[in-house]
Design a protein. Structure first.
Length: 166
């Protein structure tokens, strides 16, 4: 019964329905789950592989999430911290859609600006808007206060949001 298949097929074919995020930057798998609001408490079945050897990037993480497909904004969030990530949508054990994440030139509504005086952090806030200056390494600039943020700043804002890191 054993059928030969190449290793990438093997990796993505294990879930019946859902999303496999491949080529996640090594060490970012948990942050990706956090961004997607997946804690495990809601019952989501997710599998993480961390620091897997990759031909493309040396080391990578892989995140598999069952019965969950990603929204456009979620894909952009992943692109912020893992610009080389590939999204695979799986239906009935088959990859029905595969594409690389791509950051738009302008990001809206995410993440929180690190400048506490920024108008996006005011009581009646403007919606966060950033210009993408560089993808890898990440550099985004707030439209309202011109504050630059890098990948660490984004990750820090995220972990603050969900309260996992105190
Ligand atoms: Zn700002």
């Amino acid at each position: 019964m054993a059928k030969k298949s190449n290793s990438s097929e093997l990796k993505v074919s294990k879930i019946k329905e859902g999303t496999v995020i491949d080529h996640v930057d090594a060490g970012m798998a948990l942050i990706v789950l956090e961004m997607l609001g997946i804690t495990g408490r809601e019952g989501t079945v997710a599998t993480l592989s961390m620091n897997v050897v990759s031909k493309k990037t040396g080391r990578k993480d892989i995140v598999k999430i069952e019965n969950r497909f990603l929204e456009y904004t979620e894909i952009n969030q992943i692109a912020l911290i893992s610009p080389n990530a590939t999204i695979n949508e799986i239906k009935n054990f088959t990859v029905v859609k595969k594409f690389d994440v791509q950051l738009p030139e302008v990001i809206v509504g995410f993440p929180k600006c690190i400048n506490p005086r920024c108008i996006t952090n005011a009581r009646e806030p403007q919606v966060q808007t950033y210009y993408v200056k560089s993808v890898d390494p990440l550099k985004i600039r707030c439209k309202y206060c011109n504050t630059n943020m890098d990948k660490n700043d984004v990750v820090k804002q995220l972990t603050k949001y969900s309260g996992i890191t105190k």
